[in-house]
Design a protein around this ligand. Sequence first.
Ligand code: PBG
Length: 334
Amino acid sequence: MDLTYRPRRLRRSPALRSMVRENYLSASDFIYPMFVHETNEIEPIRAMPGANRWSLNGLVREVERAWNLGIRCVVLFPKVNESLKSEDGSECFNPDGLIPRAIRLIKKELPQMTVMTDVALDPYSCDGHDGIVDSDGVVLNDETIEQLCRQAVVQADAGADLIGPSDMMDGRVGAIREALDDDGYEHVGIISYTAKYSSAYYGPFREALDSAPRLTSNKPIPKDKSTYQMDPANSREAITEAQLDEQEGADILMVKPGLAYLDIIYRLREESQLPIAAYNVSGEYAMVKAAAERGWIDERSVVLETLLSFKRSGADLILTYHACDAAAWLNNDE
Ligand code: PBG
C-alpha cells in the first residue's frame, strides 16, 4: 500500500513509545482517602477489599507507608460513634473529635505530609445527610453552612492543609474561605467538591462510615441526596458550579465520581485554569476489586489504565483507594 501516514511507526518499540507518550502517572498525583474510627482495631471494610477503618495508631503507620511510597496527600474520613451523632451534626466541630485528633497525630509524626479533610455533616448526622434536615425533610442550606464553617476552622486549627467541602450546599466555598481568613488560616487551601453528582457509586463508602440516609424518627428523611448533589444527566451545570467555586475562592476543583464523568473533567479542564482533581470513588474501586478477585480482569493493568484515563482527560490529581498499590507498581516500573 502507498501510505503517507503510518502511525504504527512510532509504536514499534518501547523506546519510541516512551518518547511520544503524552501522559504519565506519578505517586505525587495521588490523594489517598483513609477511614479512621475510635477503636484500637484495624477493621477491614467488607465492600472495599484492601481498605480498612484504621485506629489512630494504625492510621499514622499507614500514612508513613504512603509517604515512603511517594504519596504526598491523604484525606481523612471518620466513622463516628452512633452516640455522638445528632440532627445538627455538631460533633463535626468538636476540637477533640476523631478527625482533629487524627490530624494532630499525623502532623506531629509526619509534618511534611499534606492533610486534606472532608467538610460535610453526614458522618455526624443521625439522619445521614450532608446538611441539617428540617421537620419537613428539607436539607437546609444556610443553617448547614454555619456548621460547616465551624467544622473547617476546627480542622484548620488542628493542622489541616486542604479543606474539602463535599456537602454541595450553595455558597459554602465563599463562606468557608471567609471563616478561615477571619481566624487567621488564610494559608489553608480549599479543594472543593465542585461537580459532585448524586451517584450510586458511593455505596461502599456509606457502608464504611455507616453514613447512608436513614429514618430514625417520624421526620421524612429524603432517601437520596438529589436535592443538593448534581443530576447525573447534567454537564453544563458543572461549569456553573466551577465558576461559582472559583469566584468564591476555591484553590482546586474536584469532579466526583471519576470514571463515569471523564467528560466533566475534560470540560472543567477547558474552562478553568485551576488544578482539577478526580475522585475515583468507592464503587469504582469495589467493581475492580470484585472482578480481580474472580480472576476476570488483571488488577494492576486495569487500575493503572483507569488512573491514566483521569490524567488524559485533564485531571492533575486523583483521589483513589488504589493509591498505595498504584504507587508501588509505578516504583517497580522504574
Ligand atoms: C460525604 C462524602 C461521600 C463521599 C465522600 N464524601 C459520600 C456521599 O456524598 O454520600 C464518597 C466517596 C466514595 O464513594 O468513595 N459528603
